[in-house]
Ligand binder design. Structure first.
Ligand code: MYA
Ligand code: JJ1
Length: 388
């Protein structure tokens, strides 16, 4: 059934429930001298390129490929529209490898037709911290689909990860592959219900009018929690302590240090928003919330072309109840003119989802590890990892 994935060191469907298989690496690392030195062969018209995402032209090409060919919902009404600023952030954490930003183009025309990326990350699985690649932005131009280009891209990124002496990877996908470590549900909180209904993102509920719906989703003009403010650079040590302690409670989670927190959580306009609660008495940082900005193109609509979506990232509550903290996150997202606030049912998100009027979406997100076996599938609440 999975001609490619059957050949890869991933949990296989036939092994589900086999408790005799150990947790951990499926294959041992090979000596670096035995890693293939040349790139995999592509069909004749195409060639590999390493993308310099700092170059304005290259960033434009990647942006254009993704904005026309990347992930859509099941009815092809919306397509992720990652911004160039977002892509630069997502692909260049400290210690990134340029060789892991891989493009395929047509030799003759130089047109970029496929893309895949990796970035390095330390991911803890139970009590082991594993140096992994996070693989994202796999994309093949619509006109070149189902020609088995994706397996070549995956093998090539794997080779380049191996060359850096890393042997595991983490990735997410909307499709089922062998074998998810967890399956999560997308939830959506309407901020601009009229637009969401107009564009077909959501529907008027049974026995609901537009004005009742608008009232249902109304939020206060300003945040509630005393001491709630935007995160700043001097907060990095305190936020790192807060996040590290929180993430230690999950089975799979990133092992963030201060550099990671500075890169992944310090606010950047229209990319990442982070807020915290500083106790007005003790000046301690007690709570934290964050969301990233990922608009979607609205395909073929008369009046609207983009949906402005916020995606819940990492949230930690120790003093302010999570419900109140996330309500404040919704309030700032509304102030900033987002149309919808999205979240997965990971970590402790189930505490606030229903209460804050999120509804389940029609999309699921499956989490995967490459070359690392987990004996039983995890519950979403055991996952402390959010990929972009
Ligand atoms: S998930 C986002 C993926 N991108 C999209 O959905 C954008 C729109 N779609 C496309 O661009 C194409 O449909 C893609 C497939 C490129 C997805 N992950 O070339 P094909 C398998 C993994 O004929 P196409 C993200 O970015 C499929 O099961 N495998 O198909 C994370 C089949 O294999 P098998 C996938 O439709 C990516 C084979 O590909 C996916 O033209 C993580 C068919 O190839 C998918 N999302 O192209 C990648 N979709 O026969 C894995 C299909 O066996 C990383 N397939 O069923 C693994 C770790 C690597 C590093 C390891 C380091 C140590
Ligand atoms: O956004 C998604 N679904 C929306 C739109 C559905 C449009 C028709 N298919 C949705 N809307 C309902 C909202 C409603 C608001 C009021 C309360 C009740 C709910 O369900 C879905 C997620 O649900 N998104 C996608 O399908 C996009 C792809 C998801 C897979 C992502 C793969 C990522 C790759 C990572 O590297």
């Amino acid at each position: 059934r999975h001609k490619f994935w059957e050949t890869q060191p991933v949990g296989q469907f036939k092994d589900i429930g086999d408790s005799s298989l150990p947790e951990g690496p499926i294959e041992l690392p090979t000596p670096l001298s035995e890693v293939k030195q040349e790139p995999y062969n592509l069909p004749d018209p195409y060639e590999w390129i390493t993308c310099d995402i700092n170059s304005e032209e290259m960033c434009d090409e990647v942006y254009n490929l993704l904005s026309h060919n990347y992930v859509e919902d099941d009815e092809n009404m919306f397509r992720f529209n990652y911004s160039k600023e977002f892509l630069r952030w997502a692909l260049q954490p400290h210690g990134y490898f340029r060789s892991w930003h891989i493009g395929v183009r047509v030799k003759t025309s130089k047109k970029l037709v496929a893309f895949i990326t990796g970035i390095p990350a330390r991911i803890r699985v139970r009590d082991e911290v594993v140096h992994m690649a996070e693989i994202n932005f796999l994309c093949v131009h619509k006109k070149l689909r189902t020609k088995r280009l994706a397996p070549v891209m995956i093998k090539e990124v794997t080779r380049r990860v191996h060359l850096e002496n890393m042997w595991q990877a983490a990735y997410t996908a909307g499709v089922i592959l062998p074998t998810p470590i967890a399956t999560c549900q997308y939830w959506h909180r309407s901020l601009n219900p009229k637009k969401l209904i107009d564009v077909g993102f959501s529907r008027l509920g049974a026995r609901m009018t537009m004005s009742r719906t608008i009232k249902l989703y109304k939020l206060p003009e300003s945040t509630i929690t005393p001491g709630f403010r935007k995160m700043e650079i001097h907060d990095v040590p305190a936020v790192t302590r807060l996040i590290r302690n929180y993430l230690s409670h999950f089975v799979v989670a990133p092992d963030f240090d201060e550099n990671d927190v500075e890169h992944w959580l310090l606010p950047r306009d229209n990319v990442i928003d982070s807020y915290l609660v500083e106790s007005p008495e003790t000046h301690e940082v007690t709570d934290f919330c964050s969301f990233y900005t990922l608009p979607s193109s609205i395909l073929g609509h008369q009046n609207y072309s983009t949906l402005k979506a916020a995606y819940s990232f990492y949230n930690v509550s120790t003093v302010t109840p999570l419900l109140q903290l996330m309500n404040d996150a919704l309030i700032v997202a509304k102030q900033k003119d987002y149309d919808v606030f999205n979240a997965l049912d990971v970590m402790q998100n189930d505490i606030f989802l229903r209460e804050l009027k999120f509804g389940p979406g029609d999309g699921k997100l499956h989490y995967y590890l490459y070359n690392y076996r987990i004996r039983h599938a995890l519950k979403p609440s055991e996952l402390g990892l959010v990929l972009l």
